[in-house]
Ligand binder design. Sequence first.
Ligand code: ADP
Ligand code: MG
Length: 378
Amino acid sequence: MPNPFSYGGIVAGKQFCNRIKEMNDLVRAGLNGEKLFIHGERRIGKTSLLRKVMTKFSEKKVISVLINVWKCVDATDFVNVCGSGFAKAEGSEGILKRVRKLFDGLYPAVTIGDDGRPSLTFERSAGKLSSGQLENVLKASWKIADSNRDKRLVVIFDEFQQVRLLGDDRIERLLRSVVQERSDISWFFCGSRAHLLKQMFLDSNSPLYRSAGHYPIEAIKDKHWIPFISGKFSSNGIDIPSIVIKKLLDITSGHPFYTQMLCSSLWDICEPESTISDDMMEQALNTLLERENSTYHTLWDSLPEQSKRMLRAIAFENPLKSPYSGEVIGNYGFTSPSSAGRAIEYLTFHDLIIKSRGGGYITIDRFLGMWCRKNFAV
Ligand SMILES: Nc1ncnc2c1ncn2[C@@H]1O[C@H](COP(=O)(O)OP(=O)(O)O)[C@@H](O)[C@H]1O
Ligand SMILES: [Mg+2]
């Protein structure tokens, strides 16, 4: 029987566990024209959830447009992904694709006519992008809403924090005015890099400051995981006692990606019609850590000295509540509280650590924390 646990890509159907509350909340928000800033750790399941919500939208006469900003490196890319997203909502994706292929090296800028149909114009150099073009592409949302008055429109940006890295402050300013002016269009700004998103939505100097409500995406609760996990194992006649599942979920703290990864590793060592023991869980975990060893090694080698110390401190304290206390500075060998501070900044910027809900820093990759504990016992 193929391994029923899946990690890495977008999950749907039988691979998708729960998220019923989140789905209901987001569908309601979309129907109400709300503006939401949706944030959660990397690989916590945001994109999978958004896709699921989009299928619900389509059942409810809601047009949803998904725009992934992840690959954009400048404002021109941003215009193109927005243009493609909006054109797709208008069912014209094929035209865009054909035109792009035909005029290799040029890129089309999309304007949506008053009839709601897209038309394409070309610009040769990224530097020449005008504010008018930027505004036009964002205002395509208004035109789509106007030509579909019997439906709601929800515009969803994924990996939205990337906008901050595009080096063009016009985007956030124009977005604010386009988003604010219409109460009938819902906007979801979804992203994972907490420090960038905070700057965008919580810094009073930022154009999007307080322009959207918050919606955090958390780990999946044990009560939802337990039937999901035991159901998958029992489909192959394998019994996994609740206490073993609880242990597994303690290790992954219910984070979807790491939970699926560990379950997958456990599945690989199970015989059909067997019962899973604690020892087998340990074995699955060790296999997984061994498999990731060279990746973690390379990452470790790339870190500055003080950041290595801090990562180790965080892995061992798990969570690390007072990184600047005399005890931590002394125990983990920091040269000064300010060097500890810089290490926290470095690790945060590189998405290796995060402040947990209960306070204190943890490693984002739960297995990286374990790998550190295993390799650098103090
Ligand atoms: N609802 C879910 N049920 C089960 N596994 C999930 C769920 N959501 C996410 N996952 C797991 O997490 C991984 C990352 O999901 P993804 O939606 O890409 O997260 P994000 O967009 O937050 O980075 C998936 O490949 C899958 O293994
Ligand atoms: Mg994603």
